[in-house]
Ligand binder design. Structure first.
Ligand code: NAD
Ligand code: G3P
Length: 323
């Protein structure tokens, strides 16, 4: 049976925004896990829970039937939080191209692209960049990157998502593009902690710059290309998230610093989970990721935000570009 539209799997904020954008190019099938939520979305034509104020175009069909959504499709955008990725991938045909859109890590702390390949998928891509769903959904100008070792897949995704509101670049550096999005969430949490403590603009700038240095250290250790660190999915997304009023990671950090619960109205805050996984990796591999370490300790409730700041400011003297 032929596919009824580009499958977008996951109807949270990002899946909905990607569906709205892709609908400017052609038909889209937006899959939601919960049948009652899919029915409500299909009827109301707006995702009030995750992306309020953005109407679904007629070209978006909503379904809770996963197999029907991907039947006959060449590739699908997989847009659930990283914790839900193993369960969803397990349900998909291994011949399907999977475009991983989450900015988080697999349960074992490894890359989601590695997880997908270990599960038998051969056509794998990642999509990442400075892309707040609230702005993409409204068609405000933005740019993103689709990275894959499979150039044909990357070009097909580019063609499906390139619209007057979204420039889509291709890359072969899956690792760099994937991990930039993972790291920047932790840096955005740190930026939010600084905002909540009222640390000011100098501190925010220092955090972004030293955070980028830490991202570079981690990405290069995992085999990413240096250019990617300074591209849209690295520096670009770090700036967008650390400074944005839309960022849930930044807002969660701000809430923690104010002594409030970091939950963002049921929306996923990937950095809270990622920080601990990255810190464990850094410890076991002998890498120095001090901002990640501070965020992980604060997120785990082991350190106060103030202790986290003191741990960073009290580090030994060094040259700027050391390590
Ligand atoms: N919101 C953004 O602006 C944005 C932009 C780029 C990337 N991302 C990334 O995209 C991913 C999804 O984020 P989001 O903003 O759409 O989250 P969200 O919190 O808005 O929505 C998450 C959605 O996933 C569903 N879900 C949760 N667990 C699931 C599972 N096991 N199987 C199927 N569905 C499940 C929820 O019901 C919900 O519909 C995250 O990794 C996030 O970092 C988000
Ligand atoms: O709201 P956040 O913090 O999950 O960030 C959303 C996107 O990743 C920004 O590019």
């Amino acid at each position: 049976m032929p596919v009824l539209g580009l499958p977008v799997l996951g109807a949270g904020g990002w899946g909905t925004a990607l569906a709205v954008n892709a609908a400017r190019r052609g038909p889209v099938t937006l899959w939601a896990r919960r049948p009652e939520f899919a029915a409500q979305l299909a009827q109301q034509r707006v995702n009030a829970a995750y992306l309020p104020g953005v109407p679904l175009p007629d070209a978006v069909r909503v379904t809770a039937d996963l197999q029907g959504a991907v039947d006959g499709a060449d590739f699908a955008l997989v847009v659930v939080p990283s914790v839900g990725m193993p369960e969803l991938l397990a349900e998909l045909p291994r011949t399907l191209g999977v475009v991983l859109c989450a900015k988080g890590l697999a349960p074992d702390g490894g890359q989601l692209t590695g997880l997908a390949r270990a599960m038998g998928f051969t056509r794998v891509a990642v999509l990442s960049g400075p892309n707040h769903a609230e702005e993409i959904g409204r068609g405000l100008p933005a740019a993103t990157v689709v990275a894959s070792r499979d150039e044909a897949l990357a070009r097909a995704v580019q063609a499906a998502l390139m619209t007057p509101g979204l420039r889509v670049y291709t890359s072969r550096d899956e690792t760099g593009v994937e991990l930039g999005g993972v790291l920047k969430n932790v840096m955005a949490l740190a930026a939010g902690l600084g905002d909540g403590l009222g640390l000011g603009d100098n501190a925010k700038s220092a955090l972004i710059t030293r955070g980028l240095r830490e991202m570079r250290r981690y990405l290069l250790a995992l085999g990413a290309h240096e250019d990617t660190v300074y591209g849209l999915s690295g520096l670009g997304d770090l700036v967008a998230t650390a400074t944005s009023r839309h960022s849930r990671n930044r807002a969660a950090g701000e809430a923690i610093a104010r002594g409030e619960h970091p939950a963002q109205g049921g929306k996923v805050v990937e950095g809270l989970r990622t920080a601990g996984l990255l810190d464990a990796w850094a410890f076991s591999h002998g890498h120095d990721l001090p901002i990640v370490r501070a965020v992980a300790r604060v997120a785990a409730g082991e350190w106060t935000p103030q202790t986290g700041i003191e741990s960073l400011m009290g580090r030994g003297a060094r040259a700027e570009h050391e390590g």
